[in-house]
Ligand binder design. Structure first.
Ligand SMILES: Cc1ncc(COP(=O)(O)O)c(C=O)c1O
Length: 462
């Protein structure tokens, strides 16, 4: 069927192979808009796999918006997805931490208490002992070769992404990657499209690089591509399509196709920040935009959420045309990442400890998310609404009729509650005043219960 071949020897799960084959054929136009798909039973029979395997692949395709499934109608392909690929190579503190709060709902904070610190210490010692002496010298700006290989293998195992390690460049986290990518693409002065609301730290990075920021509104599903308008000096689009920060949406396939088409028509590059895509609690991680056009997308990954922020290791996957200038930028800025943590991380990944840690943390965060939701329901019944996908380390919630302004934030701080309204992340103000962000990843069950109780009191009296 559609020439799909299943490789039973592959490390890639069968459902992902089917998902990838179908999504690629939809994007290339081989499977047409509105085409009705075979039933899961039928396809399972043809491919000689279990029906569950096909159901899992279809569920992912529906979640990402490739397929439409409505009760009483057959599952069919969404309209407007086919995308011509670019020909070419397919190679591929602040000091807030010091302050403690009775209720600390800050976003983006992993639970560092559950990090396997002892093992990490052992791996660091081992790296220091075993690294060849030449690794103590200048070894070049790309990164420790073994780590590049481990990242490529991890991306394949966890996301089905096929990347040649020669296209991977280690950075000191996503912020550093964005700083360098902006220098590379925008020559320190071009325009950059950015989601609004967005991560204020990333916004600041672009502003400090002298970029002109072009805000594009975001709704529950992510960047509203219908608002992308041509600007003459623009050089790039920065997006978080797997889990929009802060609203939490997964960018649907139709918008992904529109975004990539807009980028292509206007000769723009896309910077895809995949900061916490590993933590998705229903279904599998979302396929990156990078899959759609590896020559136009600079993919940014980080270990800050899956391991710990102070590690300062992230990476980019770069189209070949940028390798030389990236190396030059990096060499003449901070030269390279230190080899020791890179070697320890490579060992951690090779021993599949990262897989295990991510699996464990996914379970922990998923339970915390559920608890946070049930506590919110106990406190407010159905008078609030959760935005976005079941993913990440925070919730974005809307309270229709309420306004969370500076006075509210101040009131919270007076009551030892650290919480951020979505409005604080907005470039254009006034559109998301009734929404709050509640980080839960770093909170124990007790802390969640206590925190929601305190918040309820402040909101009641507000
Ligand atoms: C949208 C987004 N990107 C990236 C990061 C991670 O940045 P870094 O790797 O520099 O720690 C964060 C951290 O909160 C984030 O929210």
């Amino acid at each position: 069927m559609w020439g799909i071949k299943i490789d039973r020897e592959s490390e890639l799960p069968l459902w992902r192979q089917i998902y990838q084959a179908v999504s690629e054929r939809i994007l290339s136009g081989e499977i047409k808009s509105n085409e009705v798909l075979p039933s899961t039973r039928e396809l399972a029979g043809i491919l000689a796999v279990s029906r569950n395997t096909v159901c899992q692949a279809y569920d992912m395709l529906i979640t990402e918006g490739y397929l439409i499934s409505r009760q009483g109608a057959p599952t069919h392909v969404a309209a407007g997805l086919s995308l011509e690929k670019t020909p070419g190579l397919s190679l591929r503190t602040d000091n807030k931490a010091a302050k403690t709060f009775d209720a600390d709902f800050r976003t983006g904070k992993p639970d560092l208490r559950l990090f396997p610190r002892f093992l990490w210490q052992q791996l660091n010692n081992k790296a220091l002992e075993e690294l060849q002496l030449d690794q103590f010298g200048y070894t070049g700006p790309q990164g420790y070769p073994r780590l590049l290989g481990e990242i490529a293998a991890w991306l394949y195992r966890s996301r089905g992404l096929k990347v040649d390690p020669v296209n991977i460049f280690i950075t000191a986290g996503a912020t550093h990657a964005l700083h360098l990518a902006t220098g590379l693409l925008c020559g320190n002065k071009g325009g950059i499209y950015i989601e609004d609301p967005c991560h204020t730290g990333m916004l600041e990075t672009f502003l400090q690089k002298g970029c002109q920021v072009i805000p594009v509104p975001v709704d529950e599903q992510g960047i509203q591509t219908e608002h992308l308008e041509k600007k003459n000096n623009a050089c790039a689009i920065y997006v978080t399509p797997s889990h929009q920060f802060p609203m939490g949406g997964i960018l649907p396939a139709t918008r992904r196709a529109k975004l990539m088409r807009f980028a292509k028509d206007n000769d723009l590059f896309v910077i895809e920040d995949d900061y916490d895509s590993e933590f998705r609690y229903s279904g599998e991680p979302i396929a990156p935009l990078y899959n759609m056009d590896p020559q136009r997308v600079i993919y940014v990954g980080t270990f800050s959420k899956i391991l710990f922020p102070a590690l300062r290791i992230g990476y980019v996957i770069l189209p070949g045309q940028f390798h030389k200038s990236w190396k030059s930028l990096r060499t003449h800025a901070d030269v390279q990442n230190p080899p020791f943590q890179q070697a320890a991380l490579a060992e951690f990944m090779a021993a599949r400890k990262l897989d295990r840690h991510v699996r464990k943390m996914r379970r922990v965060y998923s339970e915390r998310r559920k608890l946070m939701l049930s506590e919110l329901e106990n406190a407010w019944g159905d008078s609030f609404r959760v935005m976005g996908d079941e993913a990440g380390l925070h919730l974005a919630i809307e309270f229709p009729g309420l306004r969370f302004d500076d006075t509210f934030r101040k009131r919270c701080l007076e009551n030892s509650i650290n919480i951020t309204p979505v409005e604080n992340h907005c470039i254009q103000k006034g559109r998301h005043l009734n929404k709050l962000l509640l980080g839960y990843g770093h909170l124990s069950h007790e802390e969640i219960k206590k925190g929601v109780g305190k918040l309820k009191k402040v909101i009641q009296d507000y």
